[in-house]
Design a protein around this ligand. Structure first.
Ligand SMILES: Nc1ncnc2c1ncn2[C@@H]1O[C@H](COP(=O)(O)OP(=O)(O)O)[C@@H](O)[C@H]1O
Ligand SMILES: [Mg+2]
Length: 336
């Protein structure tokens, strides 16, 4: 049996504040069954997020970002091996809800999600306005007239001309389709919106337009965002705080000001140094080696093999240490 590391709880202010947490994730696991073994995509992740904050989740492809979002929203594939932990939304432990109650009270209603490449999954035979209203029509939450009225409102919020309500997806540009997907995520007035790589499939100019729209929406609606991206530069425009994931685990949770200036975890430092646009004075550096397999990850620190600062202690799995107002899963911070 592997020993579970002890989580060192942080200070009562800042990132670990319990009061006002709109989302509180505790020891969340999501493993998948595969032919070659069990994939530990989300491996004991804990974090808290306060109302109105914007959290960026960063990390290389395959580190578990999408799986974490799916675990929060209980959007699970058939091959789930392990799914456990606590997810408190506005103080309610929604993991205890039946699937029916979760669908009725949580998904789309409290937390909505713009999934990766969702803009390409709009239904080609339904008018866009109707599709945006659809989350409201599930379970007959509201009548069709009110739902369409609300769709009209959110079209305005995201900056789509009203006439587009009557159009089909193929008649919209990529940027407009992405706005329609964001409108759909907003239509039921959720507390939290999860955006999974919302701009990756778009050209640079459209990306910038969508980012600006997202910023404005956040300010106007006082939403809580969870913004997933492998693109650090994009995330820096929107984030109040940052979680960095590595090989299925949370390795750092810091306020954005600190993270983009000087991250704590050696992996996060290397990730930042690999971003060309943020450090114009420096050449981007590359992180050599590959992340470990999630099927049989190493026993100790999962980054140790690639880490320039590894020492003996790293053979053991580090807990999350508090450092200032950040949290970091690295033995270098043991004595702080
Ligand atoms: N349904 C699934 N079955 C098996 N493995 C999966 C499944 N979904 C994702 N994975 C694996 O889980 C790991 C994390 O994937 P993902 O959460 O998509 O990462 P990210 O979003 O950070 O790129 C990857 O190794 C991926 O191949
Ligand atoms: Mg992903």
């Amino acid at each position: 049996m592997r020993q579970e590391p002890k989580t060192v709880s942080g200070s009562s202010r800042g990132l670990r504040a319990t009061q006002g947490a709109v989302l509180d994730v505790e020891n969340l696991y999501l493993y998948f069954g595969a032919t070659t073994g069990v994939v530990r995509a989300v491996d004991r992740v804990s974090f808290k997020l306060n109302h109105g904050r914007s959290l960026a989740i960063v990390g290389e492809s395959g580190c578990g970002k999408t799986s974490l979002a799916r675990a929060i929203l209980r959007l699970l594939p058939r091959n789930v091996d392990t799914y456990k932990g606590r997810v408190l939304v506005d103080g309610n432990d929604v993991m205890k809800f039946s699937e029916e109650r979760f669908r009725r009270e949580v998904r789309w209603v409290k937390i909505s999600m713009v999934t990766q490449a969702a803009m390409n999954s709009l239904n080609p035979v339904l008018k866009v306005g109707y599709q945006v209203a659809e989350p409201l029509l599930l379970d007959h939450r509201v009548g069709k007239g009110d739902a369409m009225e609300r769709a009209r409102e959110v079209f305005q919020t995201v900056g789509i001309p009203e006439a587009f309500l009557q159009r089909y997806a193929f008649e919209l540009s990529g940027g407009m389709r992405q706005r329609a997907i964001i409108a759909m995520a907003l239509v039921a007035n959720p507390l939290i919106v999860i955006l999974d790589e919302p701009t990756s499939a778009l050209d640079t100019l459209t990306q910038a337009n969508i980012m600006n729209a997202l910023k404005k929406i956040k300010k106007d609606l006082r939403l809580t965002y969870i913004f997933i991206t492998h693109d650090i530069a994009t995330s820096s425009e929107l984030a109040d705080e940052v979680i960095c994931m590595y090989a299925g685990q949370l390795v750092e949770h810091s306020k954005a000001e600190r993270f983009y200036r000087e991250p704590l975890h050696p992996y996060a430092r290397m990730l930042m140094a690999s971003v060309p646009t943020l450090r114009l004075d420096k050449k981007p550096e590359f992180i050599s080696g590959q992340p470990p397999s999630l099927i049989n990850p190493p026993q100790g620190c999962r980054f140790a093999e690639r880490c320039p600062r590894r020492f003996e202690r790293c053979q053991e799995e580090p807990p999350l240490f508090t450092h200032g107002d950040g949290l970091v899963k690295c033995w270098l911070y043991e004595r702080d």
